[in-house]
Design a protein around this ligand. Structure first.
Ligand SMILES: Cc1cc2nc3c(=O)[nH]c(=O)nc-3n(C[C@H](O)[C@H](O)[C@H](O)COP(=O)(O)O)c2cc1C
Length: 190
């Protein structure tokens, strides 16, 4: 079994990557293969809306970090997406990944697969719930199944890189989300 974990922060070692890794922990323990896409290390250019993918021939932009995402979307059994809150939204890097997955819209690589969402922002009520909704809307648009953690997703408050490491409760919530997503995988798909 394979899980795709995506971190949307452009900041290496940021809180988002720490939370994603906590959510991936149960998968690693259970012996799953992990495809980890961290957008602090992978460049994904934005969709230009050329619509060349409309005939099912895939994205016509020059090859970039999205190739690995397309492969992982096709082969994964579950997906986790984590983002920092930027202006009460997901990051531009993550939005570019969402937009570029439009090239596979007729293939539906995520259809019926369970997905979990994580958002971290500086403020309490800083827009985490909006960012979670945006990730959940991506899952729903792709035909994936939104899986709750303790609540609807993991909503965390942290600012400087690594701050989240001092919040064992929030890291445990991320592990719980991972366990829930794992439990949904392998059930009969739609
Ligand atoms: C461009 C930018 C916009 C931000 N906008 C918000 C925001 O709207 N709400 C919020 O709570 N935090 C906001 N933040 C703070 C980050 O979400 C916060 O520092 C988070 O911990 C960063 O995650 P990372 O460590 O994974 O990069 C913003 C940060 C940046 C750089």
């Amino acid at each position: 079994m394979r899980v795709l974990g995506i971190s949307g922060t452009p900041r290496p070692g940021g809180n988002t990557e720490v939370l994603l890794d906590a959510a991936l922990e149960p998968f690693r323990v259970a012996g799953w293969s992990v495809d980890r896409v961290v957008l602090s290390q992978s460049e994904i250019h934005p969709c230009t809306g050329c619509d060349a993918c409309r005939d099912g021939s895939g994205c016509h932009l020059p090859s970039d970090g999205m190739e690995a995402v397309y492969r992982a979307m096709r082969t994964c059994d579950a997906i986790l997406v984590a983002t920092p809150v930027y202006w009460r939204n997901v990051t531009a890097q993550l939005k570019a990944l969402f937009d570029r997955s439009y090239a596979l819209r007729d293939e539906h690589p995520l259809r019926g697969k369970p997905g979990g969402a994580i958002a971290v922002g500086r403020g309490s009520g800083g827009g985490q719930s909006i960012a979670l909704t945006i990730i959940h809307n991506f899952f729903l648009s792709a035909g994936a199944v939104c899986v709750p953690g303790e609540l609807n997703g993991v909503s965390a408050v942290a600012d400087r890189p690594g701050d989240i490491a001092d919040q064992p409760n929030r890291l445990e919530q991320a592990r719980i989300l991972g366990r829930h997503v794992m439990a949904f995988a392998g059930k009969e798909s739609l």
